[in-house]
Design a protein around this ligand. Structure first.
Ligand code: NAD
Length: 370
């Protein structure tokens, strides 16, 4: 198979879909890899490393897309990439289609086989290709929030851990999944008073155990959310309903009751955000203020730490890339029901139900088309 690795063009996105280690494994298995020049440069992988691993370095993105049977990326394609779509092209990347009806239409019209990292499941039913980036974003959310709490960046001028004689900041984390758990680990490490809210009581029990009672846990309802956000210096949004638009559990009125100079980091913004006042931002213009509350809503947070993120991501995605290349896309999907859940678009049909429900479109089950 011919596999293409274009350079990411989304604002400040510095990760890359395949590392030189992946190129070597694909070459050894008899496949050809086209890598756009400088695709891995910001992740710490220069062209000559790819070349030494067996890749052909190509100067033109259009050539990479046009010649490849499968394109492996990181972020969902943006408008300048839409003209490269064509029938039978396999696109393996994050797609996050639920809040993106235009991209969904373009993929359907051009009959691309779109497999989304974020909806692939493993045998335990978890989301193995979302997990590594959620680990990065969860850990990073507290680091970013701590920095925005500084006076110069618009925050209340409060140190997360306080100092002896001065109480620590309050951190409120919404969602106790991968983002929430990693955020809690770092917030507690900083010494902040940390509260985590989830709708799943069994998850709260596990977290109570994992953090040995140091984490305050609360059941998710609007009464608890309103009280916890009003007290918080830093609110972190990590709520997810897989494949669907995030529920906006913090309303505009709750935000208006928060402390002036408090900070919101809505990590769930890539699925629409779980805070009503959140709107997507980018690394070049990451924050804005509503009612005196600083909002940071960057949709591709791990892009800021591309070396760590590329390695973490490709550790998880690469085995699937190799399977598609070796077995063909239909067989690879048919042999693994969890992998087949990654299928979002197939020859003009919308396959993933969560996306269809969010956009009120018809859908077709993967089993019917494979
Ligand atoms: N912005 C970024 O750069 C970035 C990076 C990585 C992940 N993300 C996003 O972060 C979000 C969270 O990802 P994750 O891996 O932690 O997901 P996850 O599935 O591991 O966790 C989601 C949690 O939300 C909880 N939840 C669902 N409904 C809730 C409600 N009404 N109230 C409270 N909790 C509720 C679930 O019980 C679950 O524990 C996703 O939208 C993901 O796409 C964003």
């Amino acid at each position: 198979m011919i596999i293409g690795v274009p350079k990411e063009i989304k604002d400040n996105e510095s990760r890359v879909g395949i590392t030189p280690a992946g190129v070597k494994a694909l070459s050894e298995a008899g496949h050809k890899v086209l890598v756009e020049t400088q695709a891995g440069a910001f992740s710490g992988f220069p062209d000559d490393e790819y070349q030494n691993a067996g890749a052909e370095i190509v100067g033109d993105a259009g050539y990479v897309w046009g010649k490849s049977e499968m394109v492996v990326k990181v972020k969902e394609p943006i408008e300048p990439e839409y003209p490269y779509f064509r029938e039978d092209l396999i696109l393996f990347t994050y797609l996050h289609l639920a809040p993106l009806p235009d991209l969904t239409s373009k993929l359907l019209e051009s009959k691309v086989i779109g497999i989304a990292y974020e909806t692939v499941r493993d045998r335990q039913g978890t989301l193995p290709l979302l997990t590594p980036m959620s680990e990065v974003a969860g850990r990073m959310s507290v680091q970013v929030g701590a920095s925005y709490l500084e006076r110069e960046r618009g925050g209340r001028g409060i140190l997360l851990g306080g100092v002896p004689g001065v109480p620590p900041a309050h951190v409120c984390i919404l969602g106790g999944g991968v983002v929430g758990t990693n955020a809690a680990r770092i917030a507690l490490g900083f010494g902040a008073k940390t509260t985590l809210i989830d709708v799943n009581l069994n998850r709260l029990r596990e977290l109570d155990d994992i953090f040995n009672g140091r984490l305050y846990t609360l059941a998710s309802n609007s009464y608890n959310i309103e009280n916890a956000t009003r007290e918080a210096d830093l609110v972190i949004g990590g709520v997810l309903i897989p494949g669907a638009t995030a529920p906006r559990i913090v309303t505009r009125s709750m935000v208006s009751k928060m402390k002036k100079g408090a900070v919101i980091v809505d990590v769930a913004i890539d699925q629409g955000g779980c805070i009503e006042t959140a709107k997507p931002t980018s690394h070049s213009n990451p924050s804005y203020t509503v009612d005196g509350v600083v909002h940071y809503c960057v949709t591709n947070m791990p892009g800021a730490v591309p070396h760590t993120s590329t390695l973490a991501l490709t550790n998880s995605t690469f085995p699937y890339v190799l399977r598609i290349a070796n077995r063909g896309v239909r067989e690879a999907l048919k042999q693994d029901a969890g992998f087949a859940e990654g299928l979002n678009t197939w020859h003009g049909k919308l396959i993933y139900r969560g996306v269809a429900d969010s956009q009120q479109r018809p859908w077709t089950a993967a089993a019917e088309v494979l």
